[in-house]
Design a protein around this ligand. Structure first.
Ligand SMILES: Cc1cc2nc3c(=O)[nH]c(=O)nc-3n(C[C@H](O)[C@H](O)[C@H](O)COP(=O)(O)OP(=O)(O)OC[C@H]3O[C@@H](n4cnc5c(N)ncnc54)[C@H](O)[C@@H]3O)c2cc1C
Length: 378
């Protein structure tokens, strides 16, 4: 049968644009449909780790708001600064760049096109949006945590759902200077989560997440207000606006494909269950989706089982250890913070895992070794 497109990608976040970029570069006819007008705001700290830089084959530096050299890890007033490499972006500009890269590779990008229906019929996928119905051989669900493709393709609801809230705040120059170059994470601000201050070129992104207590329903607005009141550098800051968003955590071996469809990024539920980092995993799963859909296309079949296998092997197998670490760390965050603050070995293991140099399993081994060494010394 004839289809208008080889692949329709629903959602032009980091996951969808990465998938569309890979598929278009491979020569497939790709339609990328985005609900919002691009550039669009996304509630997100916009913290990018070195893993993101390694994953992208183009330069995202025009979108960098601040280059990070330090992580400031805190439990309330107790603070430890360690060296770290990361970048802060605003997601409207960063995501617009990724979408533009997909378009320049050959994907047709249509924004302000909310997809309202996805159906699998007569040997093709039919996708309806404001501009009408389009048919494709494959569809990629990259439409985020509340995505329509997940439901249409019959996947079960997300299992581990968290939530986070972010305020974009104008702050006096002294506060901007204090946080310039540093990501601040405070593990004393909320149970089973953390608060953050991520510096942007001319403002601060300040947020809080009830991240790792499944079904946890903290009053995030009240928690964010308490945090801002408790943080001296934010006393004269003014909130531009506040937005919340759900955060679907990964770490469970699940199925991410059906014939003709795969889910990527938040639509698949692939957020790191220890740090809540999601951008890298959206990009990486989008890239894997492009490879596996491209292979199925070349074979002339619609079997995408290898996509699920790779997501479970390359992402979820290590997330299981991240989840185990979460169960210990966030159950006793003050003790965990103190161990972190006193152990250089633990600090370097944590930064190595954040930057992609170690897996969580390897990190747990290094932390255990360094704890044993410090006990022996004593
Ligand atoms: C407050 C907060 C802070 C965070 N901070 C960080 C951080 O600092 N670093 C980090 O790595 N991760 C962070 N995350 C996680 C990160 O934001 C997500 O994991 C990431 O955005 C996932 O990318 P994605 O492409 O899968 O989905 P999204 O970025 O959600 O993109 C999905 C896209 O699909 C579009 N869409 C939705 N429905 C439709 C439809 N029906 N039709 C067409 N298009 C549709 C949406 O408009 C959107 O553009 C944070 C999350 C939250 C909530």
């Amino acid at each position: 049968m004839n289809s208008d497109w080889d692949v329709i990608v629903v959602g032009a976040g980091p996951g969808g644009s990465s998938a569309a970029y890979g598929l278009a570069k491979a020569g497939l006819r790709v339609l990328l449909l985005e609900k919002e007008k691009i550039p669009r705001y996304k509630a997100c700290g916009g913290g990018l780790t070195a893993k993101v830089r390694a994953a992208l084959d183009f330069d995202f530096s025009p979108t960098i708001e601040d280059t990070i050299h330090q992580a400031s890890v805190a439990f309330g007033p107790e603070r430890t600064r360690i060296g770290a490499t990361a970048w802060c972006v605003m997601r409207d500009k960063f995501d617009a760049l990724l979408a533009a890269r997909a378009a320049s590779a050959g994907a047709e990008l249509r924004d302000a096109q909310p997809v309202s229906r996805v159906s699998f019929e007569n040997g093709s996928v039919q996708v309806e949006s404001r501009s009408g119905a389009e048919r494709a051989k494959f569809v990629i669900g990259a439409d985020g945590v509340n995505g329509i493709v997940r439901r249409a393709a019959g996947f079960p609801a997300h299992q581990r759902m968290a939530a986070a809230l972010e305020a974009e705040m104008d702050a006096p120059t002294a506060a901007l200077d204090e946080w310039h170059g540093a990501l601040h994470l405070d593990f004393g601000a909320i149970a089973w989560g953390y608060a953050w201050i991520f510096p942007k070129a001319e403002h601060l992104s300040v947020g809080i997440g009830d991240l790792f207590r499944i079904g946890g329903r903290a009053d995030l607005r009240a928690a964010l207000q308490r945090y801002v009141a408790s943080e001296p550098s934010l006393h004269d800051a003014k909130t531009r606006f506040t937005r919340g968003h759900r955060v679907p955590l990964g770490g469970e071996f699940a199925t991410y494909h059906v014939p003709r469809a795969v889910l990527v990024g938040d639509a698949a539920g692939l957020v790191d269950p220890f740090t809540a980092e999601g951008i890298y995993y959206a990009i990486r799963s989008g890239q894997i989706a492009a490879e596996e859909v491209g292979r199925a296309f070349a074979r002339g079949d619609f079997d995408l089982v290898e996509y699920t296998r790779r997501i479970n092997r390359e992402i979820n197998s290590d997330f299981r250890y991240a989840w185990a670490l979460t169960q210990v760390f966030y159950r006793m965050p003050h003790l965990a913070y103190r161990i972190f603050a006193r152990s250089a070995g633990t600090q370097s293991a944590v930064t190595d895992v954040a930057e992609g140099g170690l897996t969580y399993l390897q990190m747990l081994g290094r932390v255990a070794q360094s704890l044993v060494r410090s006990l022996v010394k004593r």
